[in-house]
Design a protein around this ligand. Structure first.
Ligand code: GCW
Length: 647
């Protein structure tokens, strides 16, 4: 037991002992074949109660019941409690949910819940490279790989699997979508045997593994001269190699593919369509019940900034919408939540409303690439709630597609080998919220944030409220001192942290704000680039008309003069100035709020979060000054309130 406690306490995250409730006398009863779940339950209760005194009087009953496969129910009984699941995995979810609710301080007699996930696949994507470096990783190195091979601490993997299962994750893709020559070999020996061993560690937790595969694997791994998906030899390669994979790992979930995207090979290089590419690989895994997650992040990343015709957000739709209905049943198109690239604010990708006969996965990014890099505070739950409740067609919200066209929810994770998993302890909240929202998109940001705080910290109501307020406001604060109104980017090239207004303005990535002396933004209306035409008519009209376009997306859809009057009467320019001055001030308020939590959270957590909030404040001031100076120099117009702008 000592040993197990050590695992829990070393890795500071939910499901770790934040406090011991008084030990409880109870007996756990389970069907004879539920050993593993019984153990997990026992372990969790020991964690919370210090010890369990065996007594027949109070019984915790674990059982299988007639529920949907992954569903569970939690029911208090007279002198006992019942956790039931529609399958072993369902029961395991029930056990973790029960433990988490106890950890949040709830009274066992009041815990009652019945729950089933709305989508079948809830998946974490790691962008881990086999050399150990994580692309867009802000919490240390990979805990799977080191030095071009598998290299992991088994205990950490088990703790991780438990953590992920406790929020309902059932699929994990362990390597970066940017597959290189080494990781292309994950589907072949010698790596495949190691992959099988790792899969075995996750299996008891109901988690199936996937890997990102290289579209050119037929050449890299198979030694062929082509990867043309319609070539007979290429088809044979995928079939033979997949047979090898499934022989080793019969419950392998499948492949994730980034093709024709950011210098990656793909079907279009051979004059074939995205469907040709996806279907060839899908046919190879279909006999084994495998899936192909095919990313829609396809655009021209070699654009000339002089070219005003090409509009990057339009690309995914252009490539995929015409192919609707032509993908095999086991292909799932994986679509980023917005049409550009995980910015602080974007509209919802028009692919969601326009693909009618294709199975889809929505892809979020928990790794805070453009949202503060786990230095600046940014609660993604707030952003996700907005996205999921966005209207995508006459009164229909995006989340209504869950369990319909959207069969999977995926996200790029924010974890690494830092002791606390996510670098910034408060960023754990995003990881937790992702799993919960993938399970149930009706949960609000406020609920998710509160749950996580209560499970993770032992603090009084005031402490909880302080943290809750910090997290709830964090997204708006970050947005206001960076690139608000949907304009996006303005970041330092490559690192994507810190301000650089023209950092991407004359580059080939297609992300231009096109600021001049009198206006800023790209006209994406039906009279401009035509992007809005990719939406159903009601939305197209809403976005086209500058007066009905949601103001927070103003500069995503419209090119606007600086003297344009915003809804509250301020000019656009004044709005920009205010936003940056106020955002930097609020960043300071975040730091002050955190300072009130000293002695209410573990000292180490207090110190490291404080350090990050100080860095955030420096960052916010830098953004404020660079952006304000930039617009002052373009326009020569002063701030109404006469605050300091550097000339
Ligand atoms: O936002 C970009 C990132 C790349 C990433 C790419 C993608 C893994 O900057 O690092 O590549 O998106 O989603 O494929």
């Amino acid at each position: 037991m000592e040993h197990t406690r050590r695992i829990y306490s070393e890795y500071n995250a939910w499901l770790q002992p934040k406090f011991y409730l008084a030990s409880k006398a109870l007996r756990i009863r389970a069907d004879f074949d539920l050993d593993f779940i019984h153990q997990e339950c026992h372990l969790g209760l020991i964690r919370l109660w210090g010890e369990i005194q065996d007594s027949a009087a109070y019984t915790l009953q674990l059982k299988m019941d007639d529920l949907e496969p992954e569903a569970f129910s939690l029911t208090p009984l007279i002198n006992g409690f019942e956790i039931a699941g529609g399958s072993k995995t369902g029961l395991l979810y029930g056990v973790y949910r029960f433990l988490n609710r106890l950890a949040a301080g709830e009274n066992i007699e009041k815990i009652q819940e019945r729950s089933a996930p709305q989508v079948d696949y809830r998946i974490i994507n790691h962008w881990d490279n086999m050399d150990g470096h994580i692309e867009r990783g802000y919490a240390g190195h990979s805990f799977f790989f080191h030095n071009h091979k598998f290299d992991y601490d088994e205990e950490r993997i088990i703790t991780y699997a438990r953590m992920m299962a406790s929020i309902g994750i059932n699929g994990i893709c362990i390597n970066n979508v940017n597959v290189n020559k080494v990781s292309a070999g994950l589907i072949a020996e010698p790596h495949l045997s190691d992959l099988a061993e790792l899969a075995a560690l996750f299996r008891p937790f109901g988690i199936r593994l996937l890997v990102s595969v290289h579209f050119d694997a037929p050449m890299i791994v198979g030694g062929l001269t082509t990867s043309d998906p319609l070539d007979a030899g290429v088809k044979e390669f995928w079939q033979a190699q997949s047979t090898v994979v499934y022989t080793k790992i019969p419950d392998f979930l499948g492949y994730l593919v980034k093709a024709d995207s950011e210098f990656r090979g793909g079907p279009e290089a051979f004059g074939r369509t995205q469907a040709d590419g996806a279907n060839t690989i899908a046919a190879a895994v279909a006999p084994f019940g495998g899936l192909v997650f095919w990313r829609c992040f396809v655009y021209n990343c070699q654009q000339d900034w002089r070219d005003q015709q090409t509009d990057r957000p339009m690309a995914a739709y252009k490539h995929f919408q015409p192919l609707d209905g032509t993908f095999d049943e086991n292909v799932i198109l994986q679509i980023k939540n917005g049409p550009v690239d995980f910015q602080t604010r974007e509209p919802v990708s028009p692919l969601f409303s326009s693909l009618k006969n294709t199975r889809e996965a929505i892809e979020f990014q928990i790794a805070q690439e453009y949202t503060g890099q786990q230095i600046d505070l940014f609660s993604l739950a707030v952003q996700w709630e907005e996205i999921l409740t966005t209207e995508i067609d006459k009164g229909k919200q995006l989340k209504s597609l869950f369990g319909q066209e959207i069969v999977a929810v995926t996200a790029v994770t924010n974890t690494g080998n830092n002791m606390n998993w996510t670098g910034n302890t408060l960023a754990q909240c995003n990881l937790y919220a992702f799993g919960r929202i993938a399970w149930n998109p009706d949960l609000t940001a406020k609920e998710l944030i509160r749950e996580w705080i209560q499970i993770t910290f032992e603090t009084n109501e005031l402490g909880c409220l302080t943290m809750e307020e910090m997290l709830l406001t964090s997204r708006g604060i970050y947005e206001s001192y960076t690139a608000p109104l949907g304009i996006g980017f303005m970041v330092n090239p490559n690192s994507h942290y810190g301000p650089n207004v023209d950092g991407y303005e004359f580059s080939h990535w297609g992300t231009y704000h096109r600021a001049s002396f009198d206006a800023i933004g790209v006209d994406r209306t039906s009279k401009g680039t035509g992007f809005t035409l990719q939406y159903p008519e009601s939305l197209q009209r809403k976005y086209d008309d500058i007066t009905s376009c949601p103001e927070e997306l103003l500069l995503f859809f419209h090119r606007v003069r600086y003297d344009y009057k915003m809804k509250d009467g301020r000019t656009l320019l004044q709005y920009m100035y205010d936003s940056h001055f106020e955002g930097a001030q609020q960043a300071e308020a975040l730091l002050q709020a955190w300072e009130t939590l000293e002695n209410r959270v573990p000292q180490e957590t207090f110190n490291s979060v404080k350090e990050r909030l100080k860095r955030q404040l420096r960052n916010a001031r830098e953004w404020r000054d660079q952006v304000n100076t930039y617009f002052y120099r373009k326009t020569g117009i002063n701030d109404d309130k006469g605050r300091q702008i550097y000339m």
